[in-house]
Design a protein around this ligand. Structure first.
Ligand SMILES: CC(C)(COP(=O)(O)OP(=O)(O)OC[C@H]1O[C@@H](n2cnc3c(N)ncnc32)[C@H](O[C@H]2O[C@H](COP(=O)(O)OP(=O)(O)OP(=O)(O)O)[C@@H](O)[C@H]2O)[C@@H]1O)[C@@H](O)C(=O)NCCC(=O)NCCS
Ligand SMILES: Nc1ncnc2[nH]cnc12
Length: 285
């Protein structure tokens, strides 16, 4: 009997997760159904267009896992399809970076979900299998940064690693997505089970992720000291005040008002919310 967790169904779940993320509203500093947050160059329609442009590449990533390709052999295949997805994204957005981080994260998670579907297991198994693809390669990739030739400029995340040892998206993936499996996903599951709407459960999950993830977008936009000392108590206050079961969005709107002057955008947390939605859908397939 054909597994209901086929490459097609996994790819469809990845696309649905990316759309759910951008539609979750109101997200502080981020693009959503109401507005642009701290982004002058992106809006909801662009994110939807970008998600549709990268969707055709999800199936190949899932297939690599479903075929139980060993992690290190899978890396080259995932990288190739990921690079093509990135090109498709930039074509669709006119060169704006909407989902570069998500392409990396979701490619790994789709491999992991395919592997878990074939070998047996749920969200935790999928995240663990995903992390094995990049385990070890992150350290060597970051170690080579200091000797990077001048014609290949460092990215925001790479600069932050050299300056502060921040591992950002790479550390999250290599660590088996702890902000998702230990924080975002349990909050999403519990909130929905208690009767919250999926949108409001997603907002609660986002705040939980913002409180724990090492978001290189926040750091490169507002500075390491702000991210270390000012950002955490602001997020904690919104987390304390926002109840997905009795949704009053004022704490989220007040947080966005504090973010706007500094262009603070938790884009990394937004990507991890997409990953949270994906694993939530994966468990229900
Ligand atoms: C591994 C790569 C994806 C790393 O790429 P790169 O080094 O170029 O990027 P970084 O600067 O390291 O940031 C990566 C993006 O990842 C998101 N992110 C940040 N922190 C985290 C975290 N802790 N956990 C998860 N994800 C995180 C974030 O991406 C989102 O935000 C971007 C949009 O926001 P914006 O502020 O507009 O971003 P910019 O355009 O950079 O800023 P402005 O100029 O506008 O101010 C968007 O990308 C969202 O997705 C970070 O930006 C990559 O190098 C890689 O290896 N790719 C290979 C191809 C591939 O994907 N292969 C498949 C898997 S092997
Ligand atoms: N909704 C969003 N707004 C801004 N940056 C993002 N990166 C991923 N999702 C995003």
């Amino acid at each position: 009997m054909k597994s209901s967790r086929s490459a097609k169904t996994l790819a469809a779940a990845a696309h649905e997760a990316a759309v759910k993320e951008v539609m979750t509203t109101p997200k502080p500093g981020l693009v959503d159904a109401e507005g642009r947050g701290c982004h002058e160059d992106m809006d909801c329609a662009m994110f939807i267009k970008s998600a549709e442009a990268i969707a055709p590449f999800w199936e190949i990533q899932a297939e690599a896992g479903l075929s139980l390709l060993p992690p290190k052999e899978a890396l080259a295949k995932l990288r190739e399809a990921g690079a093509e997805a990135e090109l498709a994204m930039f074509r669709a957005t006119g060169g704006i970076n909407t989902h570069k981080g998500l392409i990396y994260l979701m490619s790994l998670l789709l491999y992991g979900a395919g592997f878990a579907a074939a070998a047996g297991g749920g969200a935790a198994r999928a995240a663990e299998a995903a992390s094995l693809v990049v385990r070890g390669s992150v350290a060597s990739e970051l170690a080579s940064l200091a000797s990077r030739p001048p014609d290949r400029p460092l990215s925001n995340g790479e600069k932050l690693f050299l300056a502060h040892g921040v591992t950002g998206i790479r550390g999250e993936a290599e660590g088996a997505f702890p902000s998702v499996t230990r924080h975002g996903l349990p909050v999403l599951r519990k909130s929905v089970a208690s009767g919250a709407s999926e949108n409001d459960a997603g907002l609660a999950a986002l705040l939980e992720i913002m409180a724990v993830c090492c978001d290189s977008n926040v750091i490169h936009r507002s500075g390491f000291d702000y991210w270390k000392n000012i950002y955490p108590p602001l997020v904690a206050e919104a987390r304390r005040k926002f109840d997905p079961l009795r949704p009053d969005y004022r704490p989220l709107r007040e947080l966005e008002k504090k973010f706007l002057p500094l262009r603070v955008s938790p884009g990394g947390a937004a990507d991890l919310l997409s990953c949270t939605y994906f694993l939530y859908l994966f468990e229900k397939i």
